[in-house]
Ligand binder design. Structure first.
Ligand code: GDP
Ligand code: MG
Length: 162
């Protein structure tokens, strides 16, 4: 079965999207970054698409400047397991230096990347989606994992990737 890894820095909404796609609360969602520290894999469904989805997690250090090695290692493992990766950034926070680190991991691995701009409710979402073109992964998909917005565009992108 096709496997999609959801990757990106802590707190962008990876687990929220994982939960939405899986439809069960298998992944822990918390306001505090770094509550979940594992890879979680479950069967997901989006419209008539069936696939496996992998949630990456883990932030061990309080030092926001450095990307923790564990997060990097988990991301690399997830990307290796997956057929494609959904790279999430956060429309509310805008692009941060840590996002560039994840972009670099994905690029170096030659991963097949779908770029999602989460928390894209309202006008801020459109602005953030424009900014996200600069990551170089093609057309950003504005999403709201929390409110279920953008799932049609995610469907289209995923269908093409599968
Ligand atoms: P993760 O660390 O990337 O797995 O992020 P989580 O899924 O744990 O979400 C981090 C925080 O962002 C939580 O407080 C979520 O409720 C919030 N969040 C997730 N998706 C959205 C969204 O689409 N819109 C908004 N406004 N908040 C969101
Ligand atoms: Mg999480």
């Amino acid at each position: 079965m096709f496997k999609l890894a959801i990757v990106g820095r802590p707190n962008v909404g990876k687990s929220t999207l994982f939960n939405r796609l899986v439809g069960k609360r298998l992944a822990l969602v918390d306001d505090q970054p770094g509550v979940t520290r594992d890879l979680r894999e479950a069967e997901a469904r989006l419209g008539d698409l069936h696939f496996m989805v992998i949630d990456t997690a883990g932030l061990e250090e309080a030092d926001a400047e450095s990307l923790p090695g564990r997060m990097r290692a988990l991301t690399e493992r997830a990307v290796d397991m997956a057929d494609a990766s959904l790279f999430l950034v956060d429309a509310r926070a805008g692009l941060l230096p840590q996002d560039a680190t994840f972009a670099e991991i994905l690029r170096r691995k030659g991963a097949r990347v779908l770029l999602g701009v989460n928390k894209a409710e309202g006008r801020q979402g459109a602005d953030a989606a424009m900014e996200a073109w600069s990551l170089g992964f093609g057309q950003p998909i504005p999403l709201s994992a929390e409110h279920g917005e953008g799932m049609g565009d995610l469907y289209t992108a995923l269908q093409e990737a599968m």
